[in-house]
Design a protein around this ligand. Sequence first.
Ligand code: C2E
Ligand code: MG
Ligand code: MG
Ligand code: MG
Length: 285
Amino acid sequence: WAKADGKARWTLFDPERNAHRMTRQALSSTLRPAVERGEFVLQYQPLVGLVDGVVRGVEALVRWRHPQLGMLPPNRFIGLAEETGAIVPLGRWVLGTACRQARLWQLAHPAEPIVVSVNVAVRQVWDSDLVSDVAAILAETGLPPRLLQLELTESAVMGSAGRPLQQLRQLSDMGVAIAIDDFGTGYSNLAYLSRLPVSTLKLDGSFVRGFRAEEPPNPADETIVEALVQLAHRLGITVTAECVESAEQAERLGRIGCDTGQGWFYSRPVPADSISSLLTTGVRP
Ligand code: C2E
Ligand code: MG
Ligand code: MG
Ligand code: MG
């Protein structure tokens, strides 16, 4: 307890919370220079055909190699980067790095097209010229647009009339794939999404969790996911299941028609080099 103003008001002093807030402020102010200093790295996690076990793509996931705090996961800084606007230069760096890497994989494995899937924050669609950024990066790296997928959350596309929607259409017209990330956690629905140029739904891990063998199967979970997948397919949309952690989940998700899976069962997010060797050896079926 600390006496706040010498009179009757007392405020709670929590050193841990204070340290946390200071860290937030410190991180927040150093985000932009950290982008310039090259402190961020990408890891990649395979997107695998659930039935054939073929690696179709990889999701790029950013980490901050902080000089004092070590490797920071995105939940420590993406929110801050969105608040401060640093997400725009950071997002540009992520796009450029991921596309350059994907072009190297394409050249090394011309027979097996590997899509690189890049997370895009709301602000990149609403406040920045994402279309010219993407066009410039594709031109510079030589990556064919069909090998790039952009992942947006439902909240990023909800109510995306006007410029954001126009940007999505232009990207889609260029041949870039648009995926809805964490699908099922927001309030959008397929009827709405079908009017947007969406080619893939990434089914949130919370749906996939119900597909574990240890738990008594909840028939409702499976019925809902199966109906969702059928509807998506009729709309020409493919479905990726997130957080596939076991063989049972992969098997059951494949059986009800999910196209691709991503999760620890196949691989954790790993450095680019590990993906290169994995493309040579393959993942488990
Ligand atoms: P996301 O796009 O939904 O990415 C999937 C997250 O699930 C990743 O966490 C991944 O490591 C984790 N994951 C993968 N497989 C499994 C599994 O089998 N089980 C469990 N429990 N988790 C699994 P990560 O790397 O910590 O990223 C968290 C979030 O940060 C991402 O969620 C995404 O929203 C955001 N993010 C990551 N990189 C970027 C980026 O470059 N730009 C932006 N704007 N956001 C990013
Ligand atoms: Mg994602
Ligand atoms: Mg996701
Ligand atoms: Mg998720």
